[in-house]
Ligand binder design. Structure first.
Ligand code: NDP
Ligand code: F7E
Length: 313
């Protein structure tokens, strides 16, 4: 990608899109095309067609999606399927129609079967049933992978698919119900500390294992793969390390400085028991993560506090 190329980051205000934007700015790119969802609803076929006709981007990072944690995925099942299919169909198809040089589609580790062997190799796609709580989202993401491959096969488009593990970082969503576990627990432990609460409740049993990647590391990997990966299929992006939700909670508790107890609410879903990425393909391509979990949570907590306008004690 040359530094003057016209780059469209769909979802540039989100956690991932903003990290990709930051990364490309730091690399010297200047010619960005951005729209927020109020000005361009990517679910709307006509609006998206007019936007591509007008802007004619050279490169597209597709980081716009309906996103949320286990509860949001399970409650808003129709929206997670409809919105994500519409967004990716419109952006991918118009990228083909308008001769985009390269497109990156962001999927998720939830595309793998619930009980797939660990760590999750790219070849395990479509080898078994999905986890129920996020099946609609996963089906949309699988369709996105297959769409990139079909447009490559039939039309020769250089459209690639990357599968990030669970992410966290700057500009994360801290909604108490709809967010992912890591931001949810930062907020819950912080509020419990402020209110001198005697205990914090964690959803599920605490035994599921998850892998977490800082969003700026993901953006670095996306930039790297945009330059060094031109293949069909998918590539995992992660750290190759995971923790139990209980151990994650203990780490966040320590970083936040909360001294009360932790309870578990087993009436809430655990979701997939484990989702550890096999990152050997990514490592062979020449990329590895840099930000470890404790450092990343410290940075994310600082970002959370700055948004709350609270000084770190
Ligand atoms: N967060 C995570 O743990 C993971 C995320 N991913 C993937 O990474 C990508 C980015 O996720 P993340 O940054 O966390 O999500 P965010 O919710 O932070 O950002 C999503 C972005 O999508 C945009 N968007 C949503 N709906 C529409 C719409 N109808 N029209 C136009 N824009 C829309 C939003 O725009 P606006 O702000 O203008 O409303 C927002 O900026 C997604 O594809 C997601 O599936 C993959 C694995 C894990
Ligand atoms: C990235 C990924 O994110 C989603 O899948 P998930 O990995 O299950 O995501 P999660 O972060 O919401 O939960 C992880 C674990 O943590 C436990 N947990 C404890 N306490 C809280 C809590 O307070 N909030 C949340 N959300 N989870 C909690 C929770 O019960 C679960 O066992 C997908 O739907 C899909 O969107 C996707 O691709």
């Amino acid at each position: 990608m040359d530094r003057s190329a016209r780059i469209y980051i769909a979802g540039h205000r989100g956690m991932v899109g903003s990290a990709i934007h930051r990364k490309l700015e730091n690399e010297g790119f200047t010619n960005f095309i951005t729209r927020n969802s109020a000005n361009l609803d990517l679910r709307d076929q006509r609006q998206v067609a007019e936007f591509f006709e007008l802007e004619k981007p050279d490169y597209v990072f597709l980081a716009a999606a309906k996103v949320g944690g286990i509860m949001a995925n399970n409650i808003y099942r129709a929206e997670f399927l409809y919105d994500n299919l519409q967004i990716q169909n419109n952006v991918i198809h118009n990228s083909y129609l308008h001769n985009v040089k390269k497109l990156m589609f962001l999927g998720s580790s939830c595309i793998y079967p619930k009980m797939a062997p660990q760590p999750l190799k790219e070849e395990y796609l479509l080898t078994g049933p999905l986890e129920h709580t996020n099946e609609p989202y996963a089906i949309a993401k699988i369709a996105g992978i297959k769409m990139c491959d079909a447009y490559r096969d039939q039309y020769g488009c250089n459209f690639i698919s990357v599968m990030p593990t669970n992410l966290y970082g700057y500009n994360d969503n801290y909604h108490p119900q709809n967010s992912h576990v890591l931001p949810a627990l930062i907020r819950r432990f912080h509020e419990a500390k402020e209110q001198n609460a005697s205990a914090v409740t964690i959803w599920g049993t605490g035994s599921p294992k998850r892998e977490f990647l800082f969003a700026d590391d993901l953006a670095d990997a996306c930039y790297y793969l945009m330059q060094n990966y031109d293949e069909p299929g998918l590539v995992n992006i992660g750290t190759g390390q995971d923790v139990t939700i209980k151990d994650l909670a203990l780490l966040i508790k320590r970083i936040v400085g909360y001294e009360g107890e932790i309870n578990f609410d087993a009436s809430k879903p655990d979701g997939t028991p484990r989702k550890l990425m096999d990152v050997s393909k990514l490592h062979h391509k020449g990329w590895q993560h840099k930000i470890e979990l404790e450092e990343g949570i410290t940075l994310a907590y600082r970002d959370f506090l700055s948004k709350e306008n609270i000084a770190i004690s």
